[in-house]
Ligand binder design. Structure first.
Ligand code: CP
Length: 317
């Protein structure tokens, strides 16, 4: 595997899930695969889970790991070609990327959308430059439009807890004080449809996601109707995708916050969130602390999803 942004990059999701479950049984079984190989993790944005779980996954595979925080201690990078570089940016990404590639065997990149240019962000301009110019396999550690390591971990977690072949999985928008990217809900929808679940997405009008990711899911604007019979409730905030509101907050309606009443409408559903989460905005204390909350298990499975993806990349070096 030379790049990893989408469920389609895996080839076969069922086979990848089987590999993930094998790895979970013995996460040190492939220690020799990464011997004398180096993973470079490049962060343009902050992280807790992705940083720790991906580094741990690479170490499980016997790899060396280098972490670069682009905004702390590295030269400020210009990303636009043709710019006269007379400002505060000392280095261009077009030199920096092949230089980074010369020090490692595989690269992970985290680069969020910042809502300055929708066309650039929805063409995944930054990570695609790494794919084009680094000469190395590249995986997303959350890009502008997708967070596939998170979605893979979420599907692993659902597979571990589902009580029927085709569970009802509801992705619900919830309020948040800041404008957040669509990456997590995009990937969650894409991966859950690929996994064959009954996927329902609920949000206030105006929060429709890119159909490229939601094709195969049902959209239901009535949150109560959507939650009825749900086996899994995945809460997440995102900002508007559609023009002219791209990146904007259209609602902070606290009636969408997942509380025990919302959960009582479900089929005794599990609660899921990728974390970090704003308590009592997205979900109430009692729901996230309940025995049906899977948030810690999802985070723990990030090590497994990362190890599966890095292993697949090591096998094609
Ligand atoms: N879920 C997730 O990606 O967490 P971090 O932003 O802390 O890495």
């Amino acid at each position: 595997m030379k790049k990893f942004l989408s469920v389609n990059d895996l080839g076969n999701l069922k086979e990848a899930l089987n590999q993930a479950f094998e790895i979970k049984k013995n996460r040190f079984a492939f220690q020799n695969l990464g011997k004398n190989k180096t993973l470079l993790m490049v962060f343009f944005n902050s992280s807790l889970r992705t940083r720790l779980s991906t580094q741990k996954a690479a170490m499980n595979l016997g790899m060396n790991v280098i972490v670069l925080d682009v905004n702390q201690g590295a030269w400020k990078l210009e990303t636009e070609r043709g710019v006269i570089m007379d400002g505060d940016k000392s280095e261009h990404l077009l030199e920096a990327i092949p230089v980074m590639g010369s020090y490692c065997d595989i690269i992970g990149v985290r680069s969020f959308a910042n809502f300055t240019n929708k066309a650039d962000e929805y063409s995944e301009k930054i990570i695609n430059q790494f794919i084009k110019y680094s000469g190395r396999p590249v995986f997303s550690m959350e890009a502008a439009t997708c967070h596939p390591l998170q979605a893979f971990a979420d599907v692993i977690t659902i597979e571990e807890h589902k009580k029927c072949e085709k569970p009802k999985v509801v992705l619900t928008w919830a309020p948040h004080p800041k404008a957040l990217p669509q990456a997590v809900p995009n990937s969650f929808a894409e991966w859950c449809v690929a996994a064959g679940y009954d996927v329902v997405i609920t949000h206030p009008e105006g929060y429709e996601l890119d159909e490229k990711f939601t094709k195969g899911a049902k959209i239901e604007y009535d949150q109560k109707k959507a939650l009825q019979g749900a086996d899994f409730v995945y809460a997440k905030n995102w900002s508007a995708y559609e023009d002219p509101n791209y990146g904007k907050i259209l609602s902070k309606d606290m009636s969408w916050t997942i509380d025990s009443e919302h959960m009582s409408w479900t089929n005794n559903a599990y609660f899921m969130h990728c974390l970090p989460v704003r308590r009592n905005m997205i979900v109430t204390d009692d729901v996230i602390e309940s025995e049906n909350s899977l948030v810690i298990k999802e985070a723990a499975n990030r090590e497994i999803s990362a190890e599966t993806v890095i292993k697949m990349m090591l096998e094609t070096l």
